[in-house]
Design a protein around this ligand. Sequence first.
Ligand SMILES: Cc1cc2nc3c(=O)[nH]c(=O)nc-3n(C[C@H](O)[C@H](O)[C@H](O)COP(=O)(O)O)c2cc1C
Length: 453
Amino acid sequence: MEKQMLRSCLNKLEDKYGMLKCDVQVDPKFELGGVLEKLGNTRPVLFNNVKGNKMPVIGGMFGDREMFYDFTGTSRKERIFKYMDALTNPIKPKLLSSGPVKENIIKRNIDLGKFMPIPTFHEYDSSSFITAGVFVVKDPDTNKVYTSIRRFQYNGGNNLSALVTSPMLSNQMKELFKQKKKLECAVVLGYDYYFCLASQYSSQQYGVDKYEIDGGLRGEPLELVKCETIDLEVPAYAEIVLEGTISYNDEVMEGPFGELMGYYGQVAKHPVMKVNAILHRNNPILQISAPCKEEHLSNGIIRDIEVYTHVNRLVECTDVNVTIGGGCRFTAFVNINKKTEGDGKQALIGALSSSKDIKHVTVFDEDVDIFDYKDVDGAIASRVQASKDLFIIPGAMGTGLDPSHLVDGTTDKVGIDATKPLGEISKVFEKTVIPGYKDIDLKKFFPTVSNLD
Ligand SMILES: Cc1cc2nc3c(=O)[nH]c(=O)nc-3n(C[C@H](O)[C@H](O)[C@H](O)COP(=O)(O)O)c2cc1C
């Protein structure tokens, strides 16, 4: 029985979440990503017949919240606490003497484009891209392991460029490169929901070993094996691991690439990773994440807990939705238990301070379902007077993933307080109720109609 990583998820993906199996030939250039996009990037698909390569490809795994909660043993109500708990109760990984990922080891004549069907997604993308790779590095001073999903441009042969925007990792690289040392790194493909989520905790905010966070999330140690050519450990049950190094004097132009918000990112020089070994299971499956908002959900789910913490310091926060529509980073809807006038504005200040990326925050009372856009829209329409309830902070920090930030390099932050006033006047906001509504069974009234849901 598969315990960890991708293969431990396959049966449930198929039986419970209707994973589609595509046996018709699909072209990894544009067509494969196009099929995932047509399915809303929320339906898992196993492509068994990819043009030009025997390796199957799996995509569409990480775009649905309920799947994340289910595969990590939690629920919408409990997940913020479970995901925070992993930070305070991390579990150290366990090193095995060997594991399935070492069933095959390739050290010579590496050509990644021949080994696996790396997809190309958009018309002007500079090349094909590995999009779901979890990048693994070790801090040489603390021995902490940092994991993060990064995209890798395929440059031919064993040569990739890594897009690394993390301030901590960039500094670590600068330090190493000053001493003319190489950065040893690995790219892990074919993982599960725990490993994916663990990779999305911000190193800058928490500075935690992400293998230990993974263990904390899954409630048991992450099982690892030693790499062959570098001083790193990698998940024993992964599908594929690329081992390599990044040198101080090796950079190439990266991009353009169609990024999550649906625009091409900027072209710039980025470090080259030379792949010196490939570890892979027998009959490996290539895992991909189409570059879309939905596949960034893991990032948004972790940002929920960041926003929650920043708000809850100030007022009682009851839920957070860092929305998919806002790229899982720009927009947050926040529920609070409002106790005093001013709580709404305090909550906005807290949420806007949670990261530089966050741009638009709206705060609601608990009777608004922040995962239901109609409810959110209705509350903004009926509870907000802009002259009192909206504020703008012009010219703050932002990110180039938002093209409007690039106009002058700053981002305006917006807070909207959609909470009801307290006291006698709050009665005008009391929601109407139909007595007995939840017990009404439509089948009783329309017994011959089947599509009533
Ligand atoms: C599907 C997906 C793709 C991502 N691609 C990149 C990327 O190419 N470059 C990057 O710096 N971050 C990317 N991220 C975000 C990082 O993985 C994320 O911010 C992570 O927490 C960074 O870890 P760190 O704080 O240890 O640097 C991606 C996230 C997801 C979910």
